[in-house]
Design a protein around this ligand. Sequence first.
Ligand code: 3PG
Length: 213
Amino acid sequence: MSQKKAHLLSILQGQPVIPVLLIERVDDAVPITQALLRGGIKAVEITLRTLAALDCIKAIANKMPEVTVGAGTVLDNTQFEAAEKAGAQFIVSPGLNSQLIEKAASSDIPLLPGAITPSEIMTAREKGYDILKFFPAEQAGGTVYLQALVSPFAGVMFCPTGGISLPTAAQWLTLPNVICVGGSWLAPKKLVERQDWDAITALATQASQLHGH
Ligand code: 3PG
């Protein structure tokens, strides 16, 4: 196994849930991540869907070395490069394309690309990726769909995200092809706006007590 793949595996196996964080204000990045860490969450994904995202990655990478910070919703090589420069330690994409394949090959940090259909999974495998994001998980077919991929795609592992929350996470985590799940439910906008860090710690504590493989 390559060093990059082993690193990705250790990040994903380190906790049953990876929080997907959409942070609007850079000043919230460290308090949110501290609140999650108090609840036992040691890796977070900051999606590039907000203008503050790269600065949030920078702030977490600089001020919280005990946390592994990744960048999510990375769609092309420019975003990959910007996220890596900001200090991202892993890259997550909803899909896979040639720009990402090329960029990831020349980078030291691992890529978790997304795939849903059998052909997408086969293409990802062909390119050397057998740890994949499964997005949008609930909308694409839910646990019954992913369960149906266990037998034909032995050895391929997934991190499902999209529409998952605490009550459904446990069910996803019982699938033999799921390493961990991801979701934005750990840091809801309302709690962030109220700066209710204790409530975020409580959500993180519940999530980190779920059982993965
Ligand atoms: C992602 O980027 O992985 C998803 O947006 C997370 O989905 P959720 O917001 O439904 O948890």
